[in-house]
Design a protein around this ligand. Structure first.
Ligand code: AKG
Length: 403
């Protein structure tokens, strides 16, 4: 059920779509200034599964392509005697952020180079990936590390790991996080199938069973005085849609920057949490629809374009940085995106749902997603999931890294 932040009845159904004006963004980003309004996404408690909840999620995914799910129970739901099932908790997620931060801030250049990206796995340095090459001459101002799920048969990682990830506690935590995220993704995929009225609720899950998901740890560093970042040309993560089925996105309190493109052509900021959200340490998880689900549903669900901008909130005078750091730009921002992707050989055909088949004729020429390598419904229908992913990676990294 849709959840009202801060309410005493967490599974009550209340519309939460709204756009509010936000103050104070002082850094322009790329070709467009940062958004002036923010959007409250609909929030769902997915600790229980039902067709009604599935329909509400599909409705939200059709309207925005983005929604929130709560990762922890609110105190009222914990007290109502009806224990839902939550796969994640604040400490688990914080631990993975800490592991990521130890790597980004602590690894030597040689350690990072030893696990440099190949075949979409490994470390990506500043300005290497360009998610929106049409708007930006050089790559995004971020570092990231793409960690594929370990092989379920051998339990081996599929890529070289830096020491910060391979020491035993970190290794165990990263495996555990992958497993928990898979469980969350499975629930979301089942709910979407239920909401679309597909008879087999595991219709999506089946094509995802043997496909490694990618946990992408992202670090957008504060830029030092003298940085060559140009506010009129550069960006933290360029405008793009995601390439797979769904993405689970974890963000940190006090570290904004995500924006989504609305139908009217304006950008809206996605706050870290809705007003009054029950858990300040564990913000809700953002779920967004990727290109493949847009294709699978003949455009019913939206693979919404999004970006990450460098924002500087207006601070009271007494909290402004001291003279020694006054020229630094932005603040450190961390996020974790979990890319949920079906097996490469998955042939892309519209799902068996009446709501979807009714849209078939109108959908053929429609552009799906945005950013390097995006496709039309016609071209996507002639490819597999793996070919689509490869085409998009080639456009954003260049052929060398996709192998
Ligand atoms: O860092 C974020 O909030 C979003 C990251 C993202 O969109 C991506 O890596 O595809």
């Amino acid at each position: 059920m849709k959840q009202t932040p801060g309410s005493t009845t967490p599974r009550a159904t209340v519309a939460t779509f709204s756009t509010v004006t936000m103050p104070a963004v002082s850094v322009a980003n790329g070709a467009a200034p940062a958004a002036e309004s923010s959007i409250d996404l609909p929030l769902f408690d997915i600790s229980h599964e039902s067709s009604e909840l599935g329909r509400e999620i599909v409705q939200a995914a059709a309207k925005h392509g983005f929604l929130w799910i709560s990762g922890s129970p609110s105190s009222s739901s914990a007290n109502d005697g009806d224990q839902g099932s939550y796969d994640l908790d604040a400490a688990t997620v914080q631990n993975v952020f800490d592991i990521g931060s130890r790597f980004f801030k602590g690894a030597s250049g040689a350690e990072k180079a030893a696990c440099k990206i190949t075949k979409n796995r490994g470390f990506v340095d500043m300005k290497v990936e360009n998610l929106d090459p049409q708007s930006h001459a050089r790559g995004d101002f971020k570092q990231c590390f793409n960690l594929a799920e370990p092989d379920p048969d051998t339990c081996a990682w599929r890529q070289p790991l830096p020491p910060q990830f391979s020491e035993s506690a970190a290794d165990a935590a990263l495996r555990d996080f992958h497993a928990r995220c898979r469980a969350v993704a499975t629930r979301v995929l089942r709910l979407i199938a239920l909401g679309l009225g597909i008879e087999d609720a595991d219709w999506f899950v089946k094509s995802h069973e043997k496909s490694p998901y990618t946990v992408r740890m992202l670090y957008y560093p504060q830029l030092p005085a003298g940085t060559d970042y140009r506010a009129d040309a550069d960006i933290r993560a360029g405008a793009h849609s995601d390439y797979g089925s769904i993405t689970l996105l974890f963000t940190r309190p006090g570290q904004p920057g995500l924006e989504i493109l609305q139908d009217d052509g304006n950008w809206a900021r996605v706050p870290i949490s809705p007003p009054g959200y029950h858990d300040p340490d564990f913000p809700p998880i953002v779920v967004n629809i990727g290109d493949l689900l847009q294709f699978w549903t003949n455009g019913l669900l939206k693979s919404t374009v999004h970006r990450v901008v460098l924002v500087e909130e207006e601070q009271p005078l007494e909290q402004r940085p001291s003279a020694s750091t006054a020229a630094a730009l932005g603040t450190d921002r961390y996020s974790i995106a979990v890319f949920v992707q079906p097996a490469d050989e998955t042939v892309l055909v519209p799902v068996p749902s009446r709501a979807v088949s009714e849209r078939a004729a109108a959908f053929q020429k429609v552009q799906i997603g945005s950013g390097g390598g995006s496709a039309t419904a016609e071209t996507l229908g002639q490819t597999t999931a793996g070919e689509h992913l490869l085409g998009r990676l080639r456009a954003t990294y260049g052929i060398a890294v996709t192998g």
